[in-house]
Design a protein around this ligand. Structure first.
Ligand SMILES: Cc1cc2nc3c(=O)[nH]c(=O)nc-3n(C[C@H](O)[C@H](O)[C@H](O)COP(=O)(O)OP(=O)(O)OC[C@H]3O[C@@H](n4cnc5c(N)ncnc54)[C@H](O)[C@@H]3O)c2cc1C
Length: 456
C-alpha cells in the first residue's frame, strides 16, 4: 500500500518536499498538501520588484500553479488551514476556510512548512488603511492597487532591513518621496554599523530620507481612518502610505501546540536530516525552523528562500527513503537599493564576539571593474578574521552594481573554513570589465593576513 505524506504549507519548503518525494517514490507515495492562502509555490522574494515594475504581473511570481501540482499527482487542498496535529494518532485536522468543513488526514510522514509571520507591532493605528505589509502576493497586490488608484506623494517605510530597503527602492521608482524609519543606529542591522553607515550615506544620496534611532510610536489616521502620519518621539512624519518591513518570526503555534520542540530562536528544532527532534515521522523545513550556523555553532533563525528550497529537497529525499542532509548555514544574504548592492556572510563583529572569537577586521575600498574601464564603480569589502589562526569569520560588501555576488567567494571560504592567507591565493577570474587585476576580495584577504600577523 502507498505511504501517505501530509504537507502543511504550500510554498517553497512544503511544495519542494512534496515534489521531490513524489519524483522519487512515484505511485508508492500519496501526497496531500494543505495551503491556507489562495497561492501556492509563489516567490515572496519577487514582491519588491513586482511593486517596482520590474515584474509585470502576479502570475510571473508563481513558479507552479495549483493545477501544475495536481497534474504532477499532488492532492493540493487550497484555502484549507491545518488546525491541529495529533502526533500519537499520526493525523492532522484541517478546516476549509471557505466552506468551514473540517477534515482529518492521517500520515506516515508529516512535513511542517508553515513559514514565518511578519512582525506587526501592536501600535495604535497599525491596522489602518494605507499601512501595508509585503509578505504575501495579496499584500503586494493591495499595495500596487493603492499606488495605481490613489494619488500619493510621500511614503514611509518602517524598518531598514533588507525588505525595507528593497521596498524603499520600489517606492522611489514610483516617484514618491520616501522616508525610512529605523530604531537601530544604522539601516541594515545585518551589517556592522560601519558598513551600515555606508548604506545610510548611499541611500541619502539616492534621495531617500533615512532616520535612524527613530522608533515608531503610533500611526495617525484621518477622518476616513486612513494613515496620515507616522509618530516618533521626535516628530510626526506625514505620509500618504506606510510599508512595514520590520522582520518576521517563525510561524510555530501549530507545532508548539502539538508538543514539538522549539529552540531558543523560536524555530522548530530538527536534526541534520530535518527530522523534528524526538520524532520518527515528522519533518520540518523553511522559515519555521532554526538551523545551525556553521561558524558560530549556534542555532539561528535565518528565514530565506534559498534555505527553504534546499530544506524541501532534503526532506523530499528523506521521506522517499533516500538520505540527504542540511548541514547548516554560513549566513549569506544579498540585497539592493537602486544601484547600491549590499551583501554579507558569516558573523558580524558583535556575533563573533558573542561566540567567543578574538578577531581582527579590515576594510578596503576598491572598484567593481579595472579602474580605467567604463562603468568602474566603488565598492567596500570588510573581512573579519580570527586572531592567531587567520580563519575567515565573516565578510560584508557594500558597493555599486557588480559588487554583491562577490560575497559568494567569501561564503565558499567560510564553508571550507579557509584562512584569509589561503584566500590570497584563490584563482579568481579577471578581465577589465569584471574586476581590477587584484580582485577586491584578494586585496582584502592580503590586508587581513598582514593584520593577523601583526596581532599574533
Ligand atoms: C518581500 C520579501 C522579499 C524576500 N526576498 C528574499 C530574497 O531576496 N532572498 C531570499 O532568499 N529570501 C527572500 N525572502 C524570504 C523567502 O520568501 C522565504 O524565506 C520563503 O518564502 C520561505 O518559504 P517557506 O516555504 O518556508 O514559507 P512561506 O513562503 O512563508 O510559506 C508558508 C506557507 O504555509 C502556509 N501556512 C501556514 N500555516 C498554515 C496552516 N496551518 N495550514 C495551511 N497552510 C499554512 C502559508 O499560507 C504559506 O503559504 C523574501 C521574503 C519577503 C516577504
Amino acid at each position: 500500500m502507498a505511504e501517505r505524506m501530509v504537507v502543511v504549507g504550500g510554498d517553497a519548503a512544503g511544495m519542494s518536499a512534496a515534489s521531490q518525494a513524489l519524483r522519487l517514490k512515484g505511485d508508492d507515495l500519496r501526497v496531500v498538501a494543505f495551503e491556507r492562502s489562495r497561492h501556492v509555490s509563489y516567490s515572496a522574494c519577487g514582491i519588491p520588484y513586482w511593486v517596482a515594475g520590474d515584474v509585470d504581473e502576479e502570475a510571473r511570481l508563481v513558479a507552479r500553479t495549483a493545477e501544475d501540482h495536481a497534474k504532477a499527482g499532488i492532492d493540493l487542498r487550497m484555502r484549507t488551514e491545518v488546525e491541529g496535529i495529533d502526533l500519537d494518532a499520526g493525523r492532522v485536522t484541517a478546516r476549509d476556510l471557505d466552506t468551514g468543513e473540517v477534515v482529518t488526514e492521517s500520515y506516515d510522514h508529516l512535513v511542517i512548512a508553515t513559514g514565518a509571520v511578519p512582525i506587526r507591532p501592536p501600535l495604535p493605528g497599525v491596522d489602518a488603511a494605507g499601512v501595508f505589509g509585503v509578505q504575501t502576493l495579496d499584500d503586494g497586490a493591495a499595495l500596487i492597487d493603492d499606488l495605481g488608484t490613489r494619488p500619493a506623494r510621500r511614503a514611509v517605510v518602517v524598518g531598514g532591513g533588507y525588505i525595507g530597503v528593497e521596498m524603499a527602492e520600489a517606492l522611489v521608482r514610483h516617484g514618491l518621496e520616501v522616508t525610512v524609519l529605523d530604531r537601530a543606529t544604522q539601516p541594515m542591522a545585518t551589517l556592522d554599523p560601519d558598513m551600515g553607515a555606508k548604506v545610510h550615506e548611499a541611500m541619502e544620496g539616492l534621495g531617500i530620507d533615512v532616520r535612524t534611532e527613530t522608533p515608531v510610536e503610533a500611526f495617525e489616521t484621518d477622518a476616513d481612518g486612513r494613515v496620515r502620519a507616522v509618530v516618533t518621539p521626535e516628530r510626526a512624519f506625514e505620509t500618504d502610505l506606510v510599508v512595514l518591513g520590520i522582520g518576521v518570526a517563525p510561524n510555530t503555534p501549530l507545532a508548539r501546540d502539538a508538543g514539538l520542540p522549539l529552540g531558543d530562536s523560536g524555530g522548530i528544532r530538527t536534526d541534520r536530516q530535518l527530522r523534528v527532534v524526538g520524532q520518527e515521522r515528522v519533518w520540518a523545513g523553511g522559515d519555521c525552523v532554526e538551523v545551525r550556523h556553521l561558524v558560530s555553532g549556534r542555532y539561528v533563525h535565518v528565514p530565506l528562500g534559498t534555505h527553504a528550497n534546499k530544506h524541501g529537497r532534503v526532506i523530499g529525499h528523506n521521506v522517499a527513503g533516500a538520505y540527504a542532509t542540511f548541514p547548516g548555514v554560513v549566513g549569506t544574504a544579498v540585497s539592493k537599493v537602486c544601484d547600491l548592492e549590499i551583501a554579507r556572510t558569516g558573523l558580524l563583529e558583535k556575533e563573533a564576539r558573542a561566540s567567543g572569537f578574538s578577531f581582527v577586521t579590515v576594510t578596503v575600498d576598491a572598484t567593481t571593474k579595472a579602474g580605467y574601464f567604463p562603468g568602474a564603480a566603488d565598492l567596500s569589502v570588510k573581512l573579519i578574521a580570527e586572531r592567531r589562526t587567520g580563519r575567515l569569520l565573516g565578510a560584508q560588501i557594500v558597493g555599486r552594481e557588480g559588487s554583491a555576488k562577490r560575497i559568494d567567494v567569501a561564503a565558499v571560504a567560510l564553508w571550507n573554513q579557509m584562512t584569509v592567507t589561503d584566500m590570497t591565493s584563490l584563482d579568481l577570474g579577471y578581465a577589465p570589465p569584471f574586476s581590477p587585476v587584484w580582485d577586491p576580495i584578494l586585496v582584502a584577504s592580503r590586508k587581513a593576513t598582514a593584520k593577523v600577523r601583526e596581532a599574533t
